[in-house]
Design a protein around this ligand. Sequence first.
Ligand SMILES: O=P(O)(O)OC[C@H]1O[C@H](O)[C@H](O)[C@@H](O)[C@@H]1O
Length: 332
Amino acid sequence: MLDWKKGKVNPFMSSIRARLRPRPMPLNIFQDIDGLPRIILTEPTGSSAQVLLYGGQVVSWKNERKEELLFMSSKANWKQSNAIRGGISVSLPQFGNLGSLEHGSARKRLWSLDRDPSPLSPSENQSSVDLILKSTGLDLKSRPCSFEFRLRISLSAGKLILIPRVRNTDNKALSFTLSITNYLSVSDISEVRVEGLETLDYFDNLMNRSKFTEQADAITFDGQMDRVYLRTPKKIAIIDHEKKRTFVLQKNAMPDAVVWNPGYRKAKALSDMGDDDYKFMICVDSAAVETQIVLKPYEEWQGYQELSNVSSSYCSGQLDPCKVLYGFQSPP
Ligand SMILES: O=P(O)(O)OC[C@H]1O[C@H](O)[C@H](O)[C@@H](O)[C@@H]1O
């Protein structure tokens, strides 16, 4: 620790400060039946989340009534070397197949606990965890470059916050795309509406990435959908009429949003998805896909995603149109 007045390390002051600092509560971490280290986050109202070091992936988020809010495929492959289909994960350093790298390779690596998440202050309770993955843990033969991924996952009443960070630790520029893939649990995809994306342009991955403009008032589902909405508002609502609950997705520094449901045919073709699983899930992702993020040497990028789950009283049409368009900022 630096004694700032003198500008150099003072071991006496350091040891006093270390003793005065509140002791962090030990993380609730155990080895699950698949041998994967799993961290349990809890908070006073009774909600909880479970995070795997493998993939830095959130595999469960339960509300205070112990209802699961995230979708997990009935055929998810829990063996290391595959991405686990479900939960919330960060696809880095490349999302999709536009580039020379593998899609979301960070989801197939063992992350570590980050004991020094500078410049965020270290979390000192059991409702937050900091993870780190260094580029040495990734096979990047096609684009060797050194960087660090950090991810803070924080749970509070009705909310789950993810703060992804990418630090370029190299002396050359680093470019990347990413997505925070949110597999949300829904009662029946045919009863779901996504609001906040109306009138926006999108790339349709099912039509060779052709560009369209959304014409509908809200997005509804009657078959496979795979779209990247561009320059989206900071707030998107995923309304589940049957379960009478709404997910509100708020994000920063990730201008795009991916909306994906495989529908029956694609789900049947995926080896790690049950035939009917598509009915009970929707992916709405915070993403930076259309334009790569470029970091100068030693620069750091920080994103933000907040998912909250609110009851049916927050229903269709209640999104403030101003906030939908401009997030929390005032209109230009
Ligand atoms: O398969 P995941 O990486 O979990 O992502 C889910 C889906 O997201 C996007 O929409 C991609 O275009 C799909 O190809 C992908 O399958």
